[in-house]
Design a protein around this ligand. Sequence first.
Ligand code: CA
Length: 224
Amino acid sequence: MHVLLIEDDPLVASGVVAGLRLHGMTVDHVDTAAQAQAALAASHFDVGVLDLGLPDEDGMALLARWRARGEALPVLVLSARDGVEHRVRALRAGADDYLLKPFDLDELVARLHALLRRASGRSADLIRHGALSFSPSSGDVRLGDEPVAQSRRELALLRTLLQHPDRVLGLEQLHDSLYGYAREVESNAVNVHIHHLRRKLGAGIVETVRGLGYRLGRAEGGAR
Ligand code: CA
């Protein structure tokens, strides 16, 4: 799960970044509305976590602007503003969820998974694809009944492919969902993880679409 965290409090931000990464998520952190805007233009995110009290613009105004131009990114608002009127305002402005500070990290993680589940039209925490089943919240991967151990990056890659089953994903989007858009890594890093995924889940699991990128293929198992 590629998360855009928009939060200007360095202490809160570092806690959230570390916590979400521990849960296998890829996090890009920005601390102003302007940077959030730039990040959204530069990369694809699965979910946004938005603080309302930002230095350059109120988070609510940013969110309203996104929604006005049709930006569909699921957004969880993180705020110290207590009171039902703030929550109602945020939800009306296009927030998908609202979490009051201080909050429990486990609750934030659970809510992000729930947001993504709803955004992809699933009611249960299990994605089935041929012989493969995957639990996004626990990271449990099975081929038939057999558990398949995956590294954190392999899980992130598999999650991204399963989230967009019919789409060709460019190398850049895959890179961003594994490492964050702000991070430079070796150019063949994503290919290495694709190779591992194919070895563990069958060569057909990732299809190469020449010149365009990659697409989720068939989960048959086999060559392990
Ligand atoms: Ca703030």
